[in-house]
Design a binder for this molecule. Structure first.
Ligand code: PRP
Length: 225
């Protein structure tokens, strides 16, 4: 009897990243018609012919699904990979979702980053912020975890600076803030479960090499829309 091919399961980051991912996948012949129905309430989408399954998850949950093997492969921002610190392999930069993790604040806060001042840092990314200030800058700071609209924090006096994602820079500009230091560049990445990488090596390596080829031919538009 012929061996039944098992489904390869993808966890995609809901929203813009998932749309860009499917755009890129289409370029290498991977499609999922079911996913294109905007009225669908389905959570899992299947391509029977290619034995692929896709589901959409919140960014921070994608590395969790991949670490536990509920998804073989995940597509997620590098910011989330760094922040979550899961046991997964980061194997490919997809070249879209490009932005930067930065320390931002009013220009007047620039000097506070030069010395050993005990400042407050608001962020949605406490692990990244802690690693940057403690391990790279050797500056002791108080980190305050927020869940969104981080730019508010220095404006209303919650913190002196923030660690946040900067893409176009317009949120900063419109709120009188600026980039003070760059922590790291970011973009969408492919992550893989270590066991899947061994067990499904041929299929996953084949997929990665086709993705690589599509990226080297121009990939998808790296911008926001
Ligand atoms: C992100 C980030 C900044 C903004 C940067 O927020 O936290 O606020 O985008 O983009 P820009 O440089 O192009 O202005 P997001 O829209 O994800 O919402 P959030 O504030 O709830 O995190």
């Amino acid at each position: 009897m012929e061996k039944q091919t098992r489904y390869l399961t993808f966890a995609l980051t809901k929203g813009r990243l998932a749309n860009k991912t499917m755009e890129l996948f289409e370029k290498i012949g991977i499609t999922c018609e079911e996913m294109k129905d905007p009225d669908s309430r389905k959570l899992i989408f299947v391509n029977e012919e290619q034995k692929l399954r896709f589901f959409l998850a919140k960014g921070p949950d994608v590395p969790t699904y991949v670490e536990y093997g509920a998804a073989d492969i995940g597509i997620v921002g590098r910011d989330t990979i760094q922040e979550e610190g899961r046991k997964i392999y980061e194997v490919l930069d997809l070249g879209f979702g490009k932005c930067r993790m930065c320390v931002c604040g009013p220009e007047s806060a620039r000097d506070l980053l030069k010395g050993q001042e005990l400042i407050r840092v608001a962020t949605k990314y406490p692990h990244i912020a802690k690693d940057y200030f403690y391990n790279q800058k050797n500056q002791t700071v108080e980190i305050i975890k927020l869940n969104g609209s981080i730019e508010l924090a220095p404006i209303v006096g919650l913190s002196e600076v923030i660690v946040d994602i900067v893409e176009t820079g317009s949120t900063l500009r419109e709120n009188g803030l600026t980039v003070l230091e760059e922590v790291c560049p970011l973009s969408a990445r492919v992550v893989v479960n270590p066991v899947s990488m061994r067990m499904e090596h041929e299929r996953i390596a084949g997929l990665l090499s086709r993705l690589n080829e599509a990226i080297s031919k121009g990939g998808v538009n790296p911008c926001k829309s």
